[in-house]
Design a protein around this ligand. Structure first.
Ligand code: DAH
Length: 346
């Protein structure tokens, strides 16, 4: 191939050399610019041609050499400049740090907190008791008859059974009422949130553990009117003004009289939906005047003191707020579920 043809071919190659890294820039240098590179070869060959040809080719060859060198200089600058710029940005200590996402509150925690806040404003304190409980605090002191079905293996996880001193996972937070009354002196005004356990098959509508908030108010002259007003206020605060309540007579061993409280359905506003089974009402808690036997069992003078108690399931209250249809979601720790609630960024 003649020198002119080679120059043309190399020039195309130089023009099309678009390096994407410093290594490719270096490959360019090795191919064209080093002592045994293509340009040096051309100059060697140039020495062998005729004087006439030399006059013609000398300028072209020099021009090609300069062109290649200046391309190389541009490439090199581009890549050696790129790295320090990035580095400088990383090292800029005046830039604000990246945000740290600490995760979201669990919906049950959000709702428990809301419930606690409402009752705190009414002067209730927060109390807790053990999840592993004895028969006395979970059943006997609460006036459960000896053969009550709730003591049956079907409902309760027993840890130790027999000798009149069963130990079980508590089936409700009412056990904390007894502990509180045994340990202190009236008046009592407390709410007791916590986890409870029942021997149930796990499904969308039932779980072997869930959460309750228990309430207790004991003083001289406390009446059913106080109970109604307190719970009415609670519902207005939690679900908004105008939410209706109704009390239905019911039975619990530890209260007399006993009631269940319904609220107007928060989902359909009374029009009828799946949540309220087309009745317009949903039950949210059990309540009543503390049975005098329970007061006496716990060392409180039932002639002097009266009081009310109530207990509600946090899952149920949460479902009514967020329309969560499957109870299992609360304990599966699926990040897609959990991320949908109040996020806290520190
Ligand atoms: N302990 C009951 C339950 O687990 C709920 C309950 C009902 C609590 C009435 C009370 C009450 O304090 O007065 O179903």
């Amino acid at each position: 191939m003649r020198i002119q043809e080679k120059i043309d071919q190399y020039r195309t190659e130089v023009e099309q050399w678009k390096p994407t890294s410093m290594q490719e820039v270096e490959a360019f240098r090795l191919r064209f610019l080093v002592a045994k590179g293509l340009i040096k070869n051309l100059f060697e060959e140039f020495k062998t041609v005729s004087v006439e040809e030399k006059r013609m080719l000398g300028k072209v060859l020099n021009e090609f050499k300069q062109f290649t060198e200046s391309r190389f200089a541009t490439m090199k600058e581009k890549f050696s400049a790129a790295q320090p710029t990035v580095k400088r940005a990383v090292e800029d200590l005046t830039l604000p740090g990246p945000g740290f996402n600490a995760g979201a509150h669990h919906p049950l925690s959000i709702v428990r907190k809301e419930i606690v806040e409402i009752f705190k404003k009414l002067g209730f304190i927060v109390a807790e008791g053990p999840e592993i409980e004895d028969d006395w605090h979970n059943f006997t002191a609460l006036n459960f008859p000896e053969e009550h079905p709730a003591r049956d293996m079907q409902d309760t996880f027993f840890i130790r059974k027999g000798a009149g001193n069963d130990i079980a996972l508590r089936t409700h937070t009412s056990s904390v009422q007894v502990r509180m009354m045994e340990q202190g002196k009236p008046p009592f005004r407390a709410i007791m949130p916590g986890r409870v356990y029942r021997n149930e098959a796990i499904s969308a509508r039932a779980h072997c553990f869930f959460h309750q908030v228990e309430g207790l108010y004991i003083d001289e002259g406390v009446s059913f009117a106080d109970l109604k007003q307190t719970l009415y206020h609670f519902v207005q605060e939690l679900y908004g003004a105008g939410t209706q309540v109704r009390f239905r007579p019911s039975y619990f061993p530890f209260t007399e009289p006993s009631a269940e409280m319904d609220i107007s359905c928060t989902i359909c506003k009374g029009a009828g939906c799946n949540m309220c089974k087309y009745t317009g009402w949903v039950e949210i808690l059990g309540c009543g005047m503390v049975d005098p036997n329970v007061l006496e069992n716990s060392g409180i003078d039932a002639k002097k003191y009266t009081g009310f108690a109530f207990g509600m399931g946090i899952e149920r209250i949460t479902n009514l707020k967020y329309e969560i249809k499957d109870l299992r979601l609360f304990s599966e720790n699926d990040i897609r579920f959990l991320q949908q609630f109040e996020t806290e960024v520190i």
